[in-house]
Design a protein around this ligand. Structure first.
Ligand code: PLP
Length: 418
């Protein structure tokens, strides 16, 4: 047992694995309290886009912290929140006219689901069925778990989760089956919304599907008046090569969830953006029709200042070029890794590169992932396999040397461990 009273997330303390203490970070590097340099190959759980401690974001946080720390957001507003909302309106699809703040990816999903049900309830047509994609992950709060894949992660909490309709994942061989199932579900006329991770399912194993399927899925929803929710918590802010993954399909969702890279990954913040009819369904002189959702730190000014700085970086700096360069480098490294024995299903999308390690017992609880984790921890690389899936998703500022170091360590791990 360690001396620390901390209970860490997604950590089995009974395994006694070391928990390194990080003292500072810069760019793609983390520095531990005992002086080691670690390459952050997964952007600290997919959040860090421009790099750790980006000077403009840090300056904005410091400046805001000296001016206004926190203010209730029900019935009050402040300049950083207004700047973020206007900034989002300028870069996100124009159809998404409304911005609702929350604190994490999971809460942005809860908000999206409540907006969808509120929309139908206020129209006097109380639809409540939610459709989800097989293998999805949308977070760990009760609603977000309900719309995610069921498994070892949430088996203990299953009695609390609500029923959803699960649409088969559109793997290349199952695209039509996916679309047929969606069409059949939507045709029943009781579906409130369909929530998807556009183009790549993250925690489900970096599973990639085609933009054409995304187009069709959105079209089916539109035909049946089913709200289309895009959870771009992981895919947003350049991860898949474009600002939003939906862009690659020319799809504009009815509701959009953003978090992680919203602040460049520096501090927690999320938004749920909605089309005007969803807001209009709640707009009334009748208080019973308002959107009943809040949390204490909604639109925290310091977090909003970080998000405003992130938007300014996207506006002023060649972020798109950095993303394209990293995407090309990742594709090269993945192609080389794909020739190694035991490497299966190589796949890449934008800055994300992933593959599976072909071993017989590869479930989430097999000992492969902890062994890989230990290997990378000792090698000074922060990588966190998903079962037998290894993926690299670094900050966009990562240098060639660090990227080479990650991939050569992957080569060594695959050779020695698999
Ligand atoms: N949605 C997606 C697609 C995610 O990948 C995640 C987290 O990885 C979430 C929602 C939940 O975000 P958070 O961990 O900030 O609650």
């Amino acid at each position: 047992m360690s001396d620390s009273p901390i209970w860490h997330p997604f950590t089995q303390h009974g395994l006694g694995e070391p928990i390194p203490q990080v003292a500072r970070a810069e760019g793609a590097a983390l520095y531990t309290a005992d002086g080691r340099r670690i390459i952050d190959a997964i952007s600290s759980w997919w959040v860090t886009t421009h790099g750790h401690c980006h000077p403009r974001i840090m300056a904005a946080v410091a400046e805001q912290a000296g001016r206004l720390d926190q203010i209730i957001f029900a019935g009050w507003t402040h300049e950083p929140a207004e700047a973020v909302a206007q900034g989002l309106r300028a870069v996100m699809p124009p159809e998404l006219t409304r911005v609702f703040f929350s604190d994490s990816g999971s809460t942005s999903v809860e908000v999206a689901l409540k907006m969808a049900l509120g929309f139908w309830a206020n129209r006097g047509e109380p639809r409540h069925r939610i459709l989800v994609l097989e293998h999805s992950y949308h977070g760990d709060t009760i609603g977000a778990m309900s719309v995610g894949a069921r498994g070892v992660f949430n088996a203990a909490y299953a009695p609390l989760l609500f029923d959803v309709g699960t649409i088969p994942f559109p793997a290349e061989s199952a695209e039509q089956a996916c679309l047929d199932a969606l069409e059949a579900e939507c045709a029943a006329g009781v579906v409130a919304a369909f929530i998807v991770e556009p183009l790549v399912l993250g925690a489900g194993g970096m599973l990639v599907y085609s933009a054409e399927v995304l187009v069709e899925m959105a079209a089916i929803c539109a035909r049946h008046g089913v709200l289309f929710i895009a959870d771009e918590v992981m895919t947003g802010w350049g991860r898949t090569g474009t600002l939003l993954a939906c862009e690659q399909a020319g799809v504009v969702p009815d509701i959009l969830c953003l978090s992680k890279g919203l602040t460049g990954g520096a501090v927690p913040l999320a938004v749920t953006m909605a089309r005007e009819p969803i807001y209009a369904a709640h707009w009334s002189a009748d208080r019973a029709r308002m959107f009943f959702h809040s949390s204490s730190y909604t639109a925290n000014p310091i977090a909003c200042a970080a998000a405003a700085a992130n938007l300014a970086i996207w506006r002023d700096e060649p972020v798109g070029e950095r993303v394209a360069t990293l995407a090309a480098r990742q594709a090269e490294r993945l192609a080389a890794a794909a020739t190694l024995p035991n490497v299966a299903n190589p796949r890449a999308l934008g800055t994300i590169a992933a593959f599976d390690i072909a071993v017989p017992d590869a479930g989430y609880l097999s000992d492969l992932a902890p062994r890989l984790l230990a290997h990378f921890r000792e090698a000074g690389v922060l990588l966190r396999p998903l079962g037998n899936t290894l993926y690299v998703m670094p900050p966009y500022c990562i240098g060639e040397d660090d990227l080479d170091a990650i991939w050569s360590e992957i080569g060594r791990a695959v050779a020695t461990i698999a």
